[in-house]
Ligand binder design. Structure first.
Ligand SMILES: *Cc1c(COP(=O)(O)O)cnc(C)c1O
Length: 470
C-alpha cells in the first residue's frame, strides 16, 4: 500500500515510511492511496477469529509489502496476547439496544494502548531493519504519556522522554509513567504548566542542536499506524453482533477524531456501519462542524473528560480530504486559511460526504454524570466519564437509529483512571484492576527540572543514549 498526504505535495510513502514519518513533510497527514475492501463473504469468514488473528487479517492490506503476513501475525500475537482480557476488546450489554465496547484492558487502562502497543513494536521492527535509533520526546497532561511509555518500555532502538507538569497530573497518572523503570524511559517533571512542557517539546523539534544529534520522533494520534490498529475493534465488535448480515451503530467519545475516523475506515473497507455518532463534551467544535458546517476553534474549557478537551481535532483533516474528493492542493489551501483565521466552512462535498455516515451530539457535565448513573443503576456497570459522554450521546440519537440496530458506545478508559469524577456521580469509588493494583506500592523514578527551555534541552541531550551511540 502506498500512502498520500492530505495536502498533496509530500512524496507518497509505503507503510514503513509513514510509520516512521508521522506527519507528512507538507504538513498534511498520510492516508492510504485507496481503501482496501473486503467482500461480504470475506467478512463472514472472519467470524470466530481470535483477536490477534482478526487484527492481522484486517491490517494485512495496509502493511504490505513493508511486513509479510507472518511478521504481522507474529506482532499481533505478541501485542494482543498481553492484554488483561482474553477477548482484548470485550463487548458488554447494557440493555436491548445499547452495548459497551471495553477498550481499556491494556497496560494503562485506556484505549490508546490498543494502538500504541502495536506502534512501539512497529518502530522497533523498522528501526532494526534500517539500523537506526529513535528518540521520542513528548509532553503529556496525563494520559497519552503513560500509554506511550508503556508502548516503548524495554525496546532497544527507541528511547522516550516524557515531560509532565510537576504536581499537575493525578497520582494515578504520574505513577503510571514513573513506575516504569526501563533504562530507555525518562520521566521529566517540569516546573510549569502543560503548555510550558508542550512548548519545550515543540522547540526541541526546531532546535538544530537537538536535531543534529538525535533522530526525534513523536507518537501523537496523527500517525497512520495508530488509526489502522483501531479499525480492528470495529470489525471485532460488529462481527460479534451479526455483521455483515446486520448493521451496527457506534457512539465514539471524541477528541482528536482518531478513534472515530478508524470507524469511517472500517466502513470504507466494507463493514456495514449504520451510523458513527461523534460524541463531544462542551468543547464541541466537531459537533458544530458536523451539524452546521461551521468549523471554528474557540477556547478550551477544562472538564471531567480531559482527553476530549480539545480546540481543534487534527485527524478531522483526513475526513475532509477523503469526503471532499481527495484534492490535496485544495485541502492545503483550506487548512492554511484555517490556521490563519481559526475558522472554516466545510465545502458542500465535505458536508455531504460526512453526513452520509456521521452524526454528532454533545454532553455537558450534568448529562455525563446522568449517563454514569444510568449505567450503574440499570446495568450495574461503573463507567468512566469519557464513556459517559459517549453513552449520553448514544441515547440522545437512539431514536433516529433504525429499530433492531445495536448501538455500541466505545468505553475508552477504565473508571479507576478517573475515580473522583466517578465517585461524585455515582457514590462509588472504582478500584484499580488487580493486575495494576500494586501501582501505589511500586518504586517511582523521575527527574524534577526547572521550568526553562535550556535546562530541559540540556538534560535530554546529555541523557539520550542515542547521542553516545552515535
Ligand atoms: C484520547 C482519548 C479520547 C479521544 O480519542 P481521539 O482519538 O483523540 O478522538 C477519548 N477518551 C479517552 C479516555 C482518551 O484517552
Amino acid at each position: 500500500m502506498q500512502y498520500v498526504s492530505t495536502r498533496g505535495s509530500a512524496p507518497a510513502l509505503d507503510f514503513e515510511g509513514v510509520t516512521l514519518a508521522g506527519l507528512a513533510s507538507d504538513g498534511g497527514l498520510y492516508v492510504p492511496a485507496e481503501w482496501p475492501r473486503f467482500s461480504q463473504s470475506e467478512i463472514r469468514d472472519m467470524r470466530g477469529l481470535a483477536y490477534p488473528d482478526l487484527a492481522a487479517r484486517i491490517m494485512a492490506p495496509f502493511v504490505t509489502p513493508s511486513l509479510t503476513e507472518d511478521e504481522l501475525l507474529a506482532l499481533c500475537h505478541t501485542v494482543y496476547g498481553d492484554f488483561g482480557h482474553a477477548a482484548v476488546t470485550p463487548l458488554v450489554q447494557l440493555d436491548q439496544q445499547h452495548w459497551l465496547l471495553e477498550l481499556f484492558h491494556g497496560p494503562t487502562l485506556a484505549f490508546k494502548d490498543v494502538a500504541l502497543q502495536l506502534l512501539g513494536r512497529l518502530f522497533e521492527t523498522f528501526l532494526e531493519r534500517r539500523g537506526e535509533r529513535l528518540t521520542i520526546v513528548g509532553a503529556t497532561s496525563g494520559d497519552t504519556g503513560s500509554a506511550a511509555i508503556q508502548a516503548v518500555a524495554g525496546l532497544e532502538r527507541v528511547e522516550i522522554f516524557i515531560l509532565h507538569p510537576s504536581g499537575r497530573v493525578s497520582d494515578v497518572q504520574r505513577r503510571q509513567m514513573t513506575t516504569v523503570l526501563s533504562p530507555n524511559v525518562h520521566n521529566l517533571a517540569i516546573d510549569g504548566s502543560f503548555d510550558d512542557a508542550q512548548a519545550h517539546v515543540k522547540r526541541m523539534f526546531n532546535d538544530g542542536d537537538v536535531t543534529a544529534t538525535l533522530n526525534l520522533g513523536a507518537v501523537n494520534s496523527i500517525n497512520w499506524a495508530r488509526l489502522m490498529a483501531q479499525v480492528v475493534y470495529y470489525f471485532a465488535s460488529a462481527l460479534q453482533l451479526g455483521a455483515p448480515d446486520r448493521t451496527v451503530a457506534y457512539s465514539v467519545p471524541t477528541g482528536n477524531f482518531g478513534d472515530v475516523f478508524a470507524g469511517y475506515v472500517a466502513a470504507k473497507m466494507g463493514l456495514p456501519i449504520e451510523k458513527l455518532i461523534v460524541a463531544t463534551n462542551i468543547n464541541d467544535i466537531l459537533h458544530r462542524a458536523l451539524s452546521s458546517g461551521d468549523y471554528s476553534a474557540g477556547g478550551v474549557t477544562a472538564t471531567i473528560t480531559p482527553s476530549m478537551d480539545i480546540q481543534v481535532s487534527s485527524n478531522f483533516e483526513r475526513l475532509l480530504f477523503d469526503a471532499g474528493g481527495r484534492d490535496g492542493l485544495a485541502m492545503a489551501a483550506q487548512m492554511h486559511a484555517f490556521e490563519a483565521t481559526k475558522a472554516m466552512t466545510l465545502t458542500n462535498a465535505q458536508a455531504q460526504g460526512a453526513s452520509a455516515l456521521f452524526t454528532s451530539a454533545r454532553a455537558d457535565q450534568v448529562e455525563t454524570a446522568r449517563a454514569l448513573q444510568w449505567a450503574y443503576r440499570s446495568a450495574g456497570q461503573v463507567i468512566d466519564p469519557h464513556t459517559g459522554v459517549g453513552l449520553h450521546c448514544a441515547q440522545a440519537v437512539a431514536a433516529s437509529v433504525p429499530a433492531g440496530v445495536p448501538i455500541v458506545t466505545l468505553a475508552t478508559a477504565h473508571p479507576a483512571k478517573f475515580p473522583d469524577a466517578v465517585e461524585r456521580a455515582i457514590g462509588v469509588r472504582p478500584s484499580l484492576p488487580a493486575r495494576v493494583g500494586d501501582l501505589f506500592g511500586r518504586e517511582e523514578s523521575f527527574i524534577e527540572l526547572a521550568g526553562d527551555y535550556a535546562t530541559t534541552r540540556d538534560h535530554v541531550l546529555s541523557h539520550a543514549a542515542s547521542t553516545s551511540a552515535g
